[in-house]
Design a protein around this ligand. Structure first.
Ligand code: HQG
Length: 294
């Protein structure tokens, strides 16, 4: 069963960050409908568009709030370590009469992972921030493209639901391994694809004989005239195989694939770089090194 509940902004943020794992309520008629394994959608009362979903792990029911406060870990209920927790704090939410009538419940919850579709949409937003527009999240990148992980989470969190678990899942499971953390995960960056000017310390590398570039059919003529140019990005992007290039091309329309004579270019002094996620990059590919594939 699904339940909707509203939360103060502060409580909402604590649940969202994973600090608060128990929501305290009066065990009234509405709460009696809640069962373990049910899903609750919490809304931030200060911003009705902010919503998170949690799963009910366990219900802890007590005679009253005094008993509940004695038994449950109050830091998990939303109190700071050195904050004084008093059952009377509940008086601002419930009248004494209601408190006499009903028991008290601690609803133990766990945050639910967004669905794959939402994760993909979040990942695209992260790409946009880390490659093209860090200002969108109100953050800055350093000269090597690194963003502060917590600042990124905070910036994205203003408009979408994200926490460290979700970000780690996106980085770990990304189909193209687009992002990297530093060793202690305090920093994060995109491995390639930038339009903002950063130096992601790409490795200059001797390329294989042939590299591939996927584009849209409509670009063929112009590419045959001018070669491959980097457009808004810092480099021309090349793929290690035909099928990857074809998938890249599909993003722009009916795909077309060029074979690039990378060995010849390299022999002629052109530089090639490889990103940690296996994308080949170079500055410009003149027309004489490319050939359209059938
Ligand atoms: C085209 C994706 C006309 C070029 C991919 C491409 C990649 C020309 C478009 C990464 C041209 C630029 C980059 C010319 C180049 N005349 N059109 N002379 N020279 N073009 O998106 O290479 O999924 O900036 O063919 O996997 O498509 O985002 O570059 O069609 O690795 O991680 O101008 O983005 O990775 O488009 O893609 P883009 P791209 P992600």
């Amino acid at each position: 069963m699904f339940h909707n509940m509203k939360l103060s902004h502060e409580a909402f943020e604590r649940i969202k960050s994973g600090k608060k794992t128990i929501e305290i309520r009066l065990y009234d008629k509405k709460r009696r409908l809640i069962n373990e394994d049910d899903v609750i959608g919490f809304t931030d009362i200060e911003n009705e568009k902010s919503r998170i979903k949690v799963r009910v792990k366990k219900l802890h029911i007590f005679k009253d709030f005094s008993e509940l406060y004695k038994a449950l870990p109050l830091s998990a209920c939303g109190y700071d370590e050195n904050e004084k927790a008093d059952p009377k704090d509940m008086d601002k939410y419930y009248t004494p009469k209601a408190q006499q009538k009903y028991e008290a419940v601690g609803i133990e919850i766990e945050l639910m992972m967004p669905k794959d579709k939402e994760l993909t949409s979040l990942s695209k937003y992260i790409s946009l921030i880390l490659r093209h527009d860090p200002g969108l999240a109100g953050i800055a990148l350093d000269e090597h493209g690194w963003a502060n992980t917590q600042e990124l989470i905070k910036g994205i969190g203003k408009t979408r639901f994200i926490n460290m678990d979700i970000l780690e899942k996106i980085v770990r499971e990304d189909s193209k391994q687009r992002y990297s953390f530093n060793e202690d995960k305090t920093l994060i960056r995109a491995n390639q694809g930038h339009s903002v000017s950063v130096d992601v310390e790409l490795k200059e590398t001797k390329p294989p004989e042939i590299l591939w570039h996927g584009t849209a059919e409509k670009n063929i003529k112009s590419i045959e005239e001018k070669g491959l140019v980097k457009m808004s990005r810092l480099y021309v992007h090349l793929s290690p195989d035909h099928s990857t290039a074809s998938a890249v091309g599909k993003r722009h329309g009916k795909p077309a694939v060029f074979a690039v004579d990378a060995e010849k270019m390299y022999d002629d002094g052109y530089k090639f770089y490889i990103s940690v996620n296996n994308v080949w990059l170079t500055d410009h590919v003149p027309p004489k090194y490319i050939k359209i594939c059938d």
